[in-house]
Design a protein around this ligand. Sequence first.
Ligand code: NAD
Length: 483
Amino acid sequence: MESYPKMIIGGEQCNAVSGAVIDVCNPATGEWIATVPAGSSRDIDKAVKAAEQAGHNWRYLGFGERATLLRRLGNVILDHAEEIALIDAKDSGNPLVEMRKDVLKAIKHLEYMTGLALEVKGETIPATTPNNIHMTLREPFGVVGRIMPFNHPAMFTIQHLVSPLVTGNTVILKPSEETPLSALYIVKLAQDILPAGVLNIVTGAEEPGSALVQHPRVRRLAFTGGPETGKKIMQGAAGSGVLKQTTLELGGKNPMIIFPDVDAGTAANAVLAGMNFKRCLGQSCGSTSRVFVHKSQRDAIIDKVIAGVQAIKPGDPSHEDTEMGCLTSKRQFDKTSHYVDVAKQEGARLLYGGEPYADEPFNKGYFFKPTVFDQVTTEMTIAQEEVFGPVLSLIEWDDYDEMIQSVNSVAYGLTASIWTNDVNTVLKTVPLVEAGFVWVNGVERRYHGVPFGGTKDSGIGREHCLDELLSYTQLKSVNILTS
Ligand code: NAD
């Protein structure tokens, strides 16, 4: 890993025009690991010019050639997968084993999306008169801005570049200021494969993100992050003076509903897996952080969940055998601590955790114990707001209608997980749950071709499917009149 990686604009490695920088530290130790440029609107201007210049040739290269180049990039990334996973483990605090899986998942996504590219096609439409041919073409937008969150840095970098590029757009990536290192590494690898200016990266915090949103020549934006930032992005895009197609992949306060017919051991395993304690300390948008446990099973499930969290051991994220790392930043650590305090004040009962690890070496980093509250009620802050940390709320239910009301009481609507062996309960409950992605007897996994995205404040748009590819194109209708 380079200690002073540079941004890449128009194929050139560069510092920020202002010379400003951001230090990046290892959240597990507090040690400095790198210094990256802190870009601004001037760097975004440069990047837009470079992306526009590269756009013409890239657009007319054709789907086949673009897909071939991206698959070649996928292979090069695979050759460097170990290095990338290690960068993410050090930068994000997530375990190395999980970061390896992230890279592999993202490469599968790249292979799937590039394979699907030829499905980005128009249609022919029945002639309205005998000498008439109607058809549609799909064309790229031009320069696409992709603003990324701090979690799963390499996975999102790889996944987020594929669809806009294979459909003929050029891209400016703006990774999170908290975890920019693997994105810089991957974009550098891409420079040996993609033409200069096709894929650019500007690092920094809110300023370059906001400049990208407001740039009048960026007509397509895709944002993954928190809902409050998402709303600012909608406002910023509207204030740019031009209309922008914008997709938003935002947060979740996702419910898991456990019906009484499910075996307590199976349910407890689902609760632990759905909360992603080990994988990323709950820092995943799809985590099921509100678990609705039926009264009849409450004690059996709670005992098993507590036994499960007690067994999880923290460790240095970059070590081979570590099963749980630490939170990614002080911001995440403070946020988690705040929600724990509020939950206690509002009357939730702390069953486990609720504090950082006090022992060496964990007290040097942002290590936080997996935390379980019960006696959580619908109106509590912890049942309404996304913690995005290792805090699980158990909500007891008895009355079906009241439980559904509570499930839908939040502003979010990203994922939901329903556990029952009764097909009637499945068919009755799935339509009632306000969520864009529902598992029945499953958690956490996403599948190629299955649309992922949120309703309500969890977002606009769908990814991981043909819709994602199509969303990076605009339709042109052509009417050919023959004599
Ligand atoms: P965040 O909203 O704080 O930041 C995300 C990105 O936006 C960062 O790159 C940041 O620098 C940038 N940014 C901040 N202010 C901006 C502005 N005014 N204009 C433009 N860009 C700006 O989010 P985060 O804390 O990095 O990520 C966590 C959030 O992301 C959680 O809510 C999580 O649920 C969500 N998330 C959603 C998905 C999904 O697929 N739905 C996936 C991952 C994360």
